[in-house]
Design a protein around this ligand. Sequence first.
Ligand SMILES: [Zn+2]
Length: 66
Amino acid sequence: MSEDWTGPVTTRLRCCICGGDTEGDEDYVVIALHAAPSDAIQYLGAHAPHLDGAMARGFTVEVTQM
Ligand SMILES: [Zn+2]
């Protein structure tokens, strides 16, 4: 069994849309939030289909296997 991709953080984050577990989910995405003028970055995890549903019309989430 291969390790789940976790992106820039060391563990899988819960989905920021539904609050559900993302472990083992192939459609997992990580979102990085930056707020000027701070250098702080907040990472959010999500199921790609849930993020897709939460985004404005015309924006889509494309999942690319790394
Ligand atoms: Zn979700």
